[in-house]
Write a new protein. Structure first.
Length: 341
């Protein structure tokens, strides 16, 4: 960890440091705003604005936050669908921040895959199920035609679909089945890290549970690491080991899920958690509903100092001037807030 700041990873259940698979340091993704006939850059949308964290192999890190906070952009930047504006991404001790697309395909793409939010939009409607799942195998020149067909059958069985469906088209399947197809395609190359971008938000609640259970079973079977992006606090609580809370492109809090849900420390996290029904069990304090005032600021013109101070019920003068440090305020519990400095 020398030479890098605001990075962390701890196996809290076992109480030991685990092997790091992903390290993100001061990651920024700013999109230029163009205007005029000459398309001159007049500003930037700061979708991700200086995020740092580590992930250990085999864990699930949940990322939550309201719409527009930069969750999906973070995932797409990590997998290098976007080239970062600033910062670094280390995957298996390899810096992939500035790697060319050709080198990415050779060295990284097989190890990092993505599950998209809309399973129908992510599948080519003109290609059969077999062709879609087989495509990554062809791209990376893995096996012959017969081996690829066998692989497709195995993958379909793995995600709970009948191999006889292989010659059907996406429109012939339900939303839950299409998401299973997307998961099968992501598994085709035996990746280590899977970034799931709102993988169940477009599905019915009963189907959501099936997909989440499937993902957990696959994680146990293939030792997968998940970066799980969602706005659903209940789903994230169920599947995640640790949870990071984002607001306006910044990481506000990061902790073990039990600590975060039982004792949220950042005012924004407290507001989010106040909307979650709390079971009447020992150890769970009764919470009052916290209603945030004002609207979410524009990521093209974020507030100075702490980006949350315009809506924070505990804002102080220092919050308007200085950006709070993302620091450990309790064991393995990290918060970016002046209240704890």
């Amino acid at each position: 960890m020398q030479g890098r700041t605001n990075t962390l990873t701890v196996d809290q259940q076992k109480g030991s440091v685990s092997e790091t698979i992903l390290e993100v340091s001061n990651l920024k993704m700013h999109f230029p705003i163009k205007a005029g006939i000459m398309q001159k850059t007049v500003g930037h949308v700061k979708a991700v604005d200086g995020i740092s964290f580590k992930m250990k192999k085999g864990e699930t890190l949940g990322i939550v936050g309201e719409s527009g906070c930069g969750k999906s952009t973070l995932g797409r930047t990590i997998i290098r669908l976007y080239k970062p504006t600033e910062g670094s991404i280390h995957f298996n001790n390899q810096d992939i921040t500035s790697v060319s697309e050709g080198d990415l395909r050779k060295s990284v793409r097989r190890e990092m895959q993505m599950i998209f939010q809309d399973p129908f939009a992510s599948l080519n409607p003109r290609k059969t199920l077999e062709t879609s799942i087989m495509e990554p195998l062809k791209t990376h020149q893995i096996g012959g035609q017969g081996e690829r067909k066998e692989k497709v059958e195995d993958l379909l069985n793995t995600v709970g679909l009948d191999p006889s469906y292989a010659n059907r088209y996406p429109h012939e399947f339900s939303g839950g089945q299409r998401q299973r197809i997307g998961i099968a395609r992501a598994l085709a190359l035996n990746p280590e890290l899977m970034i799931a971008d709102e993988p169940v938000s477009a599905l019915d609640v009963s189907i959501q549970a099936q997909i989440i259970n499937l993902m957990e079973d696959l994680q146990d079977e293939f030792n997968l690491t998940y970066l799980f992006i969602s706005h659903d606090l209940g789903v994230v609580r169920h599947i995640s080991d640790r949870v990071g809370v984002m607001y306006l492109g910044n990481m506000m809090e990061l902790a073990d899920k039990f600590d975060l849900y039982k004792e949220p420390m950042h005012p924004y996290t407290q507001a989010l958690m106040s909307a979650v029904p709390v079971p009447r069990k020992k150890g769970y304090a009764k919470r009052e509903r916290i209603i945030l005032s004002g609207d979410l600021p524009s990521p093209s013109n974020p507030p100075k100092g702490c980006v949350f101070h315009t809506r924070c019920p505990a804002a102080m003068d220092v919050c308007k001037q200085q950006v709070p440090k993302f620091q450990e305020v309790q064991p393995n519990h990290y918060v970016a807030c002046h209240l704890y400095e």
